[in-house]
Design a protein around this ligand. Sequence first.
Ligand code: PMV
Length: 358
Amino acid sequence: MSTSKFISKETFKVIEKTSFTWKTPSNIALVKYWGKRNPQIPKNASISFTLKNCHTITTINFNKKKSSDIDFEIYFDGIKKEDFKPKITKFFERILEYCPYILNYKMEIHSENSFPHSSGIASSASGMSAIAMCLMSLEKELNSKLSDDFLKQKASFLARLGSGSASRSIEGPLVVWGEHPEIEGSSDLFGIRYPYNVHSIFKNYQDTILLVDKGEKQVSSTVGHNLMHNHPYAEKRFIQANENLGKLSEILQKGDIKSFIQLVESEALTLHAMMLTSSPYFILMKPNTLQVINEIWKYRDDNNSNICFTLDAGANVHVLYPEDEKELVERFIDDKLAKYCQKNQYICDSTGLGAVQE
Ligand code: PMV
């Protein structure tokens, strides 16, 4: 698919001042994206649960200006953040071709997250998707003919250019990003809502995020993705991920929860195996990550439970389970897993429906 449909070609009017606020969620991948080529094109397709409670709320105030440069300020929790500017500048430079109208405005960006600051939860997915949605609200105001479906697709397309996984944070509860032969409408350029019926066991799926390590990651995901370039197992991994997405699609439709558990845990461990076998190698898991995994396996065996885990590019553990086990699993987490978390902290979340205008 060509990217030209995302280029705003109209000579737009310029509004004196306007402002938009969007709340967009974080997401957790079930089949992982790890490895990309320019410009932010994934080496394999991925699928994620959109979360409900972990979100970013962003307001952008647009004020008309004369100069033709990218001009913005960013505030996080009310504090001006000069150190956030390089990443956002790079993002605006990348999307300029598609949103030339941003040059007409000075943008004041105000952002806050629902999850604790430096909790080890990646905020780039929710953060970039929130900015993208605010830009789409502006584009809609400038050109009312644009449909909401187009604007969501373009928001995902733009968010992807900020952070790949952000393309999966516009809609929910399940989003596929990356072209895949078995997923109709899937694209490397933007995320799409998983297009088939999902078995009721996966409705309102629970995700409790154990904050095992809240520190800054030693290796950023940008560096990690790049290490896949000369990785001895990379090509096999990309094939495996695409095969896993095909399998997971069937599992989701059939409600085969036992296979879901095997596939999702294997994906998490494979992601970290890629890190362990990169050159240079690195480890993002902590001792408590492994303690938690063993406790989850024990609980699952002892109680014939359908609990499982997945991991992001970090030490925190996402504990996944169906809604009908909520009460029992929450008790288990409190009794047995909280002690492995920094300050006993964890976040209770579940699947959500995506971006909401505030
Ligand atoms: O969106 P990025 O570049 O931060 O990469 C995210 C990669 C993982 O979170 C590890 C996996 C995924 O698919 O979200």
